[in-house]
Design a protein around this ligand. Structure first.
Ligand SMILES: [Zn+2]
Ligand SMILES: [Zn+2]
Length: 264
């Protein structure tokens, strides 16, 4: 497929997953058991925004889709400022970089790469979206753009494909190869978003917790719904006969939220 990039300073393994090429199917669709190390679920993967405005909305959709609190999905994402030149799309430790450029007639519409260290821990990921093809009438559609960015970002969490046959009816997930991304041509399911099985697979991959972390930041703190008292965590202090209380919710990894309450 493509040659993984190398770094001499660290023993890292990179692999590329290429939309336009065939790869072998697998029973589950975890790729190698590779996963981000983290000490708590859910966890945040930052998506560096190295795409142009033509891609911005599609990146936002993919970020939203992969962050859904459904079927015990442990993944949350946030689009953050990009830190690389999209043309070479260098990785940033602890997060993804999502890039687009006219990469040429490479044969691939999109490529995802993850760097693995310590045997199975993802330390960084990149996605490249190839405008050389997306600028053509065949691929310059919302369906193709949604499908490809969804799938490539999905790979950066350690997901493989659910199916790699382009000509079989859509399974209704962007992790399924297709020649009809939104199913509108053949009356198939829509393959431009994740499906239940993707979220369930992520829940399986990320069931265990690690003692270290390879993601940069603090997901649950910013993403969790902290509106209801049941989400505030442990009652630490009560004053004024119970009218003022302080709660602390420990998200692990040194992250916590303190909630100060004055009851009516
Ligand atoms: Zn793929
Ligand atoms: Zn682990």
């Amino acid at each position: 497929m493509t040659r993984p990039s190398r770094r001499s300073t660290m023993a890292m393994l990179a692999f590329a997953l290429v939309v336009a090429l065939q790869s072998s199917p697998s029973a589950t669709h975890s790729w190698g058991g590779y996963h981000w190390a983290r000490t708590a679920n859910p966890f945040l993967v930052q998506l560096g925004n190295d795409v142009n405005p033509a891609w911005g909305a599609y990146l936002a959709v993919a970020s939203f889709d992969w962050s859904q609190d459904l079927y015990r999905n442990p993944v949350r994402t946030a689009v953050v400022s990009g830190r690389t030149n999209p043309r070479n799309c260098r990785p940033t430790s602890g997060q993804d970089e999502i890039c687009n450029a006219t990469y040429g007639n490479t044969g691939w519409l999109g490529v995802a790469q993850i760097w693995v260290s310590g045997g199975n821990h993802i330390t960084q990921g990149t996605v490249k979206l190839n405008d050389t093809y997306f600028n053509t009438s065949t691929y310059n559609t919302p369906a193709w753009r949604r499908f490809v960015v969804c799938q490539e970002v999905g790979h950066t969490f350690g997901l493989d494909h659910q199916n790699t046959n382009f000509n079989e009816p859509n399974l209704g997930t962007c992790m399924d190869y297709t020649n009809d991304p939104d199913g509108s041509v053949h009356g198939w399911l829509d393959n431009t978003h994740p499906n239940q099985h993707d979220y369930e697979e992520l829940a399986i991959i990320y069931t265990h917790l690690d003692s270290t972390t390879t993601v940069t930041s603090s997901p649950a703190v910013s993403r969790a719904n902290l509106d209801s008292p049941s989400s505030w965590g442990q009652l630490m202090k009560t004053t004024r006969g119970g009218r003022a209380q302080v709660f602390e919710r420990d998200f692990g990894n040194g992250e916590r939220v303190v909630t100060f309450v004055i009851w009516a």
